[in-house]
Write a protein that binds this ligand. Structure first.
Ligand code: GLA
Length: 728
């Protein structure tokens, strides 16, 4: 956020800094959640250091025992651990801030000035003694969820031009015998590929420079095993994620003392930012949790935090839906759509979602080569417009939702003809197109108005639209903004801020609108995005086997309620039951021609939707236990438990078991050991009985958690949904 800063009007003198330094002596700042503590201390040179990050200490008096690094202005060799190290000072590793002053000096030395702790927020002000540069480190704690949010604000008050070369949100330091990183590599239809490695001396960078479709190749989250590889239920793990709908960067650096430094923030690599006099640069938000019981505990914390504090409309319901994309692609008309509304009603879903292909007249959107940007209904195709469709959907007892891709334009469009200056494109160079389209320049307020106007126009005309799928199929290509002129280094950051301005307006004006964040699959999937969107499209890949892995990956941080999972034609070797049972774990939808299904399959879908609606609050519970990993064999078992431990659901899948494989019991988690629970398989194909030996039996929670039950088999592509209910 850029804002004017009154505080920068102060003048700076060496005398003031002498006073600050005296005041700063022995300042210790403690930031705590229920189980984690971060301690910072000011040394006698007035510099701020991290002295502790770990399990919460019981005695606050112990804080004074924490060792200070041997730092000071006169020291020539410093171990590091500075809370916000600056490029050009005596720490030789990856810095958090690089600032080029108007006179060309490329350094700042930041010294403690003051701090405040109000409620759950701590703000620590640091200042340079030679230049009017002020940096405020912010820490917000979510005590019960054990999450700490960090961001930084950088202000400058110089007369000439000041550039930021780096502007990280935070740095954290760790000392452990060894470090193991799990990252989430991605690609189209291959989101959340979990990969682990031990970190050795030097740097490992995970970043993105795609701009809009920022997470296409890497997701903005990581897991870090401290002292041992990341495990589900044991070990100390740092889990971090960046809230930023654009380029991100994590740097993991093991230094010569074997200290691990984790620097998180916007990817500075793609732009040196011009920071104007009196303006404040607010970095992205970095969120982390430090679990001592593996990533299982960390995931539950993140999911609780998402549900309690971050996800848009987290407490509200979600709608099951029928989407027409993979059924019709661009080939539909009014008659076909109205028939599909009937199918949606027959299926029992809440909403029909009309996908791409409904707009454009001079250049109708018949395929992905034309029409993007011209948000007028195609008269030939839909002569009675969107209002007619909304009305017809309503008559069929389903709500109506619609697809838009408002940040993009096809060169073959009226928009591109009218406003070439609104498009991000390199003057006098050959243009590179991604999916035949280009990105509109959201740095430009006129473009922000236009993009907001697309949602606003649809909603003004059709106040009954309940849902929008907001797509984003291209990264930023041909990076150049006519609007920014000589300040091209600001483009990636100002684009995201422009997008936030639009989304803020949408949210303020249409608080009841449900919106899916989509980016050709999971190309957009960060936690800031989900403060605007009610859900996200995890992947275009809906092959249920692949989805077991993709959903396993996203569940590390994301709640089930936000993870759109649709039943489609991908992988027809898998039965409709298997496909539905995989999608049942997330926010259930269908994108399939129902006419092509057998009566039994259609009946199964109806039954599953009924059961899903009955059980959705358990399915969406943040109390997730990942019991059997698809990464470790040919099965996957996942369990959800409600807060009061009265109700649980077990999802069990056999993928392609080995011949004669030894099948082990699956031990449940999160139940009340003293309570009794009935185990019952639900969602059976019509006429089928459960063959699970535990079906319809009553067990103690203790037994289910210590001995467990057999829910996997030696058969290919078999799935079970099992309801576990506490007996009164
Ligand atoms: C993207 C989405 C799809 C679909 C198409 C429409 O690829 O991921 O679900 O909406 O766009 O063009």
């Amino acid at each position: 956020m850029i804002e004017n800063s009154m505080s920068m009007k102060r003048s700076f003198s060496l005398f003031q800094f002498f006073i600050f330094s005296l005041f700063a002596l022995a300042q210790t700042i403690s930031i705590t959640t229920d189980h984690t503590q971060l301690v910072l201390r000011v040394n006698d040179g007035g510099r701020l250091y991290q002295t502790y990050l770990g399990e919460r200490l019981s005695e606050q008096t112990d804080l004074s025992q924490l060792n200070m690094p041997q730092a000071g202005l006169s020291s020539s060799c410093i171990k590091g651990l500075e809370a916000y190290p600056v490029m050009g000072t005596e720490d030789y590793y990856e810095p958090t801030l690089e600032i080029h002053h108007a006179d060309g000096n490329p350094t700042s030395v930041l010294k403690y000035v003051e701090h405040s702790q109000q409620g759950n927020e701590t703000a620590i002000v640091l200042r340079d003694e030679l230049y009017p540069v002020e940096v405020t480190l912010y820490y917000k704690v979510f005590p019960e969820e054990d999450i700490i949010q960090q961001w930084t604000e950088i202000k400058q008050d110089e007369k000439g031009k000041v550039y930021l070369g780096r502007y990280a949100s935070s740095i954290l330091y760790f000392e452990a015998p060894n470090y193991f990183l799990t990252e989430f590599a991605s690609d189209w239809a291959k989101e959340m590929q979990m990969q682990s490695q031990e970190l050795q001396f030097g740097k490992k960078v995970v970043d993105s420079r795609l701009g809009t479709r920022a997470n296409l190749m890497a997701q903005p989250s990581f897991e870090l095993g401290l002292g041992e590889p990341v495990c589900e239920n044991k070990g100390t793990v740092l889990m971090g994620t960046l809230g930023w709908m654009g380029n991100f960067r994590f740097t993991f650096e093991v230094d010569n003392q074997h200290v691990l430094r984790v620097v998180s923030g916007i990817n500075h690599d793609a732009g040196t930012y011009l920071l104007r006099k009196g303006e404040a640069f607010r970095t992205a938000d970095f969120y982390f949790t430090l679990s001592t019981n593996g990533v299982g505990e960390g995931s539950r914390r993140f999911q609780h935090w998402m549900m309690n504090h971050q996800l848009h409309k987290a407490k509200d319901d979600r709608m099951t839906l029928l989407n027409n994309w993979e059924n019709t692609y661009f080939d539909f008309n009014e008659e076909k759509l109205v028939a599909l509304f009937g199918e949606a009603r027959d299926l029992g879903v809440d909403l029909f979602l009309l996908d791409d292909g409904w707009f454009g007249n001079k250049y109708p959107r018949k395929n992905d080569h034309a029409g993007l940007g011209d948000w007028e209904v195609t008269h030939d195709k839909l002569p009675n417009g969107i209002p007619y469709l909304v009305k017809k959907a309503k008559e069929n007892g389903v709500s109506f939702g619609i697809w838009i891709e408002p940040e993009m334009v096809n060169p073959k469009s009226e928009l591109a003809e009218k406003h070439p200056d609104w498009i991000i494109q390199l003057p006098s160079r050959e243009t590179y197109y991604f999916r035949n389209q280009m990105v509109l320049d959201l740095c430009n307020p006129q473009v922000q108005d236009f993009v907001f106007g697309i949602v606003d126009g649809l909603m003004q005309e059709n106040p009954d639209i309940k849902f929008m799928k907001w797509d984003c199929n291209s990264p930023i290509t041909n990076i150049y903004s006519l609007y920014l002129k000589e300040n091209q280094g600001n483009l990636y950051v100002d684009y995201v801020r422009g997008l936030y301005k639009v989304l803020d307006r949408v949210q303020a004006k249409y608080p009841d609108l449900y919106m899916m964040m989509c980016s050709g699959g999971g190309g957009r999937s960060d936690v800031k995005g989900l403060s605007y969107f009610t859900e996200f499209w995890c992947s275009d890949n809906t092959d249920p086997i692949e989805r077991l892995f993709i959903q396993w990956g996203y569940s590390q941080f994301m709640p089930a309620k936000a993870m759109c999972a649709h039943v489609t034609e991908w992988n027809r070797r898998a039965s409709i039951k298997f496909r539905v049972d995989v999608a049942f774990q997330g926010k259930l939808g269908f994108d399939i021609g129902l006419k092509g299904l057998s009566d039994d399959d259609r009946q199964y879908c109806r039954e599953a939707i009924r059961e899903y609606k009955r059980l959705k609050n358990v399915v969406w519970s943040p109390n997730l236990y990942r019991l059997v990993s698809p990464y470790e064999g040919q099965h996957c078992v996942v369990q959800r438990v409600n807060d009061s431990k009265t109700h649980s659901i077990l999802f069990a899948y056999d993928i392609h078991p080995r011949y004669g494989e030894r099948l082990l019991n699956t031990r449940l988690q999160g139940l009340d050991a003293d309570a009794k629970y009935r185990v019952k398989e639900i969602c059976l194909m019509s006429g089928r009985q459960s063959w699970l030996s535990c079906n319809d039996k009553v067990y103690t929670g203790d037994f289910l958690m210590k001995v467990g039950v057999k829910v996997t088999s030696g058969n290919d592509l078999v799935s079970h949904i099992i309801e576990i209910t506490r007996e009164e």
